[in-house]
Ligand binder design. Structure first.
Ligand code: IPM
Ligand code: MG
Length: 362
């Protein structure tokens, strides 16, 4: 029997409702596999701004540091959109990633067999499916580089953000990506803009150097503009993609969309130790918050990733994934993944979807 401490940060918008179902899944896994999960809630994002004035309060940092894993819902909403950059809910998200040293973001983009028709791509493009792992660098580059504003002589204000990567930062994310590829189909695409950016030329040099330690992995390099195009032209060519913070932010949204079910996709943010942060990749969707409409599956699958990556509980990981596949196979859908021919009675709310998945765990 394992004992694990989990910090739970529901956040804003639909965050609390999807987290509620994910927490029930954690409790069910604890019962079935006889593990003890100690859950403690904390504030992050807009709700933290309202309560404390800060998007990432000190108490939340302390809570996360004393935990074995962090489960996050979503942050942000129109209420906080006009705050200065460093006081926005998003600053809390960047802050927690930086403070916990979570330099690697794993975003699987998978088409579930039962949802094949949901992809916006033609079936001759989707072919047998899509199964891509985007490995995004998460604590460097432009999102963490020097930024500011200066007054020019006669062109008004100017603003700048800096893309800067050290060999150390590129090497550690490259290694993690090669390791990930070794456990999958041994194909890695490194995405950069080395025809223009010096930071990308260094990125490419370092990735090539690391490649010599992984002779079994087939490595190719792709410019980011081409990669954006190839993802919709022939997504099946990709296995693992490794890229910088900004390119990964953009390409992971694109990769998730081509699966047709952004409400289904989880993510894991990892660092040097076993402490990881797990969150759905969809946002806080304030327009449907509090209406029992949100799809809890991405958050539930984030719990599955937590079981595997932070706790090494492969059984629990597989059980949760299978339960999700099972419920989809039975024809149940939340509104976001329903198709025109889904029978009305099979369209369920957040709570019912959670209940169904838990019933298949047991
Ligand atoms: C994401 C989000 C965040 C990011 C925002 C909300 C800061 O878009 O997790 O991809 O850019 O990292
Ligand atoms: Mg994003």
């Amino acid at each position: 029997m394992g004992k694990y401490k989990i910090a739970v940060l529901p956040g804003d918008g639909i965050g609390p409702e999807v987290i509620e179902q994910a927490v029930k899944v954690i409790e069910a896994v604890g019962e079935i596999y006889n593990h003890s999960f100690e859950l403690k809630e904390g504030l992050l994002g807009g709700c933290a701004i309202d309560a404390t004035g800060e998007p990432f309060p000190k108490e939340t940092l302390e809570l996360c540091k004393s935990s074995d894993a962090v489960l996050l819902g979503a942050v942000g909403g129109p209420k906080w959109d006009n705050l200065p950059g460093d006081k926005r809910p998003e600053a809390g998200l960047l802050g927690i990633r930086g403070a916990l040293g979570l330099y690697a973001n794993l975003r699987p983009a998978v088409i579930y067999q039962a949802l094949k028709g949901a992809s916006p791509l033609r079936s001759d493009i989707v072919k047998d499916g899509i199964d891509i792992m985007v490995v995004r660098e998460l604590t460097g580059g432009m999102y963490f580089g020097e930024r500011g504003r200066v007054q020019t002589e006669n062109m008004g204000q100017a603003a700048f953000d800096t893309e800067k990567y050290s060999e150390f930062e590129v090497e550690r994310i490259a290694r993690l990506a090669f390791e990930t590829a070794m456990k999958r189909n041994k194909k890695l695409t490194s995405v950069d803009k080395a025809n223009v950016l010096e930071s990308s030329r260094l990125w490419r040099e370092v990735v090539n150097r690391v490649a010599s330690d992984y002779p079994e992995v087939e490595l190719n390099h792709m410019y980011v503009d081409n990669a954006a195009m190839q993802l919709v032209r022939n997504p099946a060519q990709f296995d693992v993609i490794v890229t910088s913070n900004m390119f990964g932010d953009i390409l992971s949204d694109e990769a998730s969309m081509i699966t047709g079910s952004i409400g289904m996709l989880p993510s894991a943010s990892l660092g040097e130790g076993s402490l990881g942060l797990y969150e759905p990749i969809h946002g806080s969707a304030p327009d449907i918050a509090g209406q029992d409409k949100a799809n809890p599956i991405a958050t539930i699958l984030s719990v599955a990733m937590m079981m595997k990556y932070s706790f090494g509980l492969e059984d629990a990981f597989r059980a949760i994934e299978n339960a999700v596949v099972n419920v989809l196979g039975m024809g149940y859908r939340t509104a976001d993944i329903a198709s025109p021919d889904t029978p009305r009675e099979n369209i369920v709310g957040t709570k019912e979807m959670g209940r169904l998945i838990i019933s298949k765990l047991k």
